[in-house]
Design a protein around this ligand. Structure first.
Ligand SMILES: Cc1cc2nc3c(=O)[nH]c(=O)nc-3n(C[C@H](O)[C@H](O)[C@H](O)COP(=O)(O)OP(=O)(O)OC[C@H]3O[C@@H](n4cnc5c(N)ncnc54)[C@H](O)[C@@H]3O)c2cc1C
Length: 484
């Protein structure tokens, strides 16, 4: 009997169907390296029709699958849970159409976020959602995670920039979500909004129409350093409290500053400061003068040690270089990095950070903080050596307590990195069983057989029964001999 891998190879050819154990190691995890599990096979479709054909083969054989973009997810979203086939969308990377008048673009899911902005730069347009991973992450992954980024404080998350999407459902059928006239028509259900943020558990989007934004005439970037974190956080609340709406409000703590300054992302941040606050405004030149002036007043009121203001694009890039490279710079501190993603109300930032540092101390972990302060979206980073199981256990426990703290302070367990496998057991901290059940029912409406990215987002009460089916499934995918 033909195995599933044989069928996939017959469809895509051997170069686009990987199943050798060594090669599969490249797909055993995403940026959440604590959870590793290689897939049974990886396939590389290049069109909507091919994605449909792949999912039909998998659905006919009852084989689970995992959609994957660039694998930069930080919550285990594209990592298999149990035997499954990864559907890698990186080769679907074409910008299909740009409408400069309507300011929209139709893209395949594997288009890299920053490449889209580069593609439309000559039209003075850009794609606004800008995750710090934007030079590698894909628009398909951004849709699945409803990704944010430094400039989402003013411009909103991915969902606010979506117009429509073609989705291949787990049984291979096509669904068109949203309409050409906009994502939220006056009639019908907003299924595009439901799909965005579903973390690859509802199907695979193969074409996405996004809104493009016009470039602002001018940008002003300021960086202030402070002797303590409390002053930096209070400055954030005051800036927002004055009614100012910066495009971005980002904080880096001292440990992050020092790691950045020791790395290739060196940006000239003051290493003696306890925190730096990066604030950016965009708009008409005249309003920027007023906004920058008011921000300087706030900085002074909170005893800023030093204030810098970028006067040309090169200076602006320098000020951003350290922030954008902060996660990469963590490689200076240890072999592994656990990037957390919790949210607290902006007014609770000081309390949250005090609690986070205390948790770090209690568990003897190396903790740094860099975060989207305007949104109260914290990214505590724990550097550790993943080969040391005892240290890893402490890291996981510290992460758990940090997320508990965020919820206790009225926040949430994720601002933008999703739930994946990392935070699946934290969902009950935020939702009652009956609310989780409603989410499971919506999921079943898209994926009746439970084949699409199982083991993610929603705690699964029947996981043990599911695992009993695994040996037979492995034999179906690889063939009896290879499975032995
Ligand atoms: C250094 C660094 C900085 C980051 N900064 C930010 C940030 O500022 N803001 C932010 O929000 N995130 C950030 N992230 C997290 C990550 O980059 C985003 O979640 C991103 O959207 C993931 O895109 P990806 O292409 O890598 O998707 P993947 O990691 O491959 O997949 C992510 C999820 O999307 C699903 N998926 C992928 N493609 C599709 C598709 N076509 N259809 C359906 N489902 C699909 C997968 O199954 C998975 O569940 C950062 C990550 C890193 C490593």
């Amino acid at each position: 009997m033909k195995s599933v891998v044989d069928e996939l190879e017959a469809l895509l050819g051997p170069n686009r169907t990987i199943h050798s154990r060594d090669a599969l190691l490249a797909w055993e995890c995403d940026g959440f390296t604590i959870h590793r599990e290689p897939p049974l096979a990886v396939v590389f479709p290049e069109s909507t029709t091919e994605v449909q054909a792949v999912l039909r083969i998998l659905s006919k054989n009852g084989v689970p699958f995992v959609p994957r973009g660039a694998g930069t997810c930080l919550s285990g979203g594209p990592t298999p849970v149990g035997p499954s086939v990864v559907v890698e969308l990186a080769r679907m990377n074409r910008v299909l159409d740009v409408d400069a008048v309507d300011r929209s673009a139709l893209v395949q899911p594997g288009v890299v976020n920053l490449d889209l902005t580069t593609h439309v730069k000559h039209l003075s347009l850009h794609y606004a959602p800008d995750p710090s991973s934007q030079s590698v992450c894909t628009i398909g992954g951004n849709v699945a995670e409803n990704s944010g980024g430094p400039h989402c404080f003013k411009y909103g998350m991915t969902v606010d920039h979506l117009i429509g999407a073609t989705v291949v459902l787990p049984d291979g059928q096509l669904a068109q979500l949203g309409t050409e006239s906009g994502p939220r028509p006056p009639q019908g259900l907003d299924l595009l909004g439901v799909f965005c943020g579903s973390e690859g558990t509802f199907g695979i989007c193969t074409e996405i129409r996004v809104r493009l934004s016009t470039d602002q005439p001018a940008v002003r970037t300021l960086l202030a350093s402070f002797a303590d974190m409390t002053s930096a956080c209070r400055a954030v609340s005051d800036i927002v409290g004055r009614g100012l709406v910066p495009a971005a409000l980002e904080i880096l703590d001292q440990a992050t500053i020092r790691a950045v300054e020791a790395s290739v992302y060196k940006a000239g941040y003051p290493e003696d400061a306890a925190a730096v606050l990066l604030v950016e405004f965009d708009g008409e030149e005249e309003t920027l003068d007023e906004e920058a002036g008011q921000t300087r007043q706030v900085f002074a009121h909170h005893d800023a040690l030093r204030i810098e203001e970028a006067t040309d694009p090169r200076e602006r890039l320098r000020l951003w270089k350290g922030r954008k490279g902060a996660f990469g710079a963590m490689g200076r501190l240890s072999t592994d990095l656990y990037v957390l993603d919790g949210v607290v109300p902006r007014t609770k930032l000081v309390e949250a950070l005090e609690g986070i540092y205390a948790i770090g101390k209690k568990h003897f972990v190396v903790l740094t903080n860099v975060f989207h302060a305007g949104d109260g979206n914290l990214h505590p980073n724990i550097s550790y050596d993943g080969r040391n199981t005892e240290e890893t256990a402490r890291v996981v426990q510290a992460g758990h307590e940090i997320l508990e703290l965020c919820v206790k302070l009225g926040g949430s367990v994720s601002g933008e990195h999703g739930i994946g496998t990392e935070k699946i057991n934290h969902m009950p901290l935020m939702y009652r069983p009956q609310d989780l059940d409603v989410m499971a029912r919506v999921r079943r409406a898209f994926d009746k057989e439970g084949l699409c990215n199982p083991g993610k987002v929603l705690p699964n009460r029947s996981a043990c029964a599911e695992s009993q089916k695994w040996p037979a499934m492995i034999a179906r995918v690889l063939g009896e001999d290879a499975a032995r």
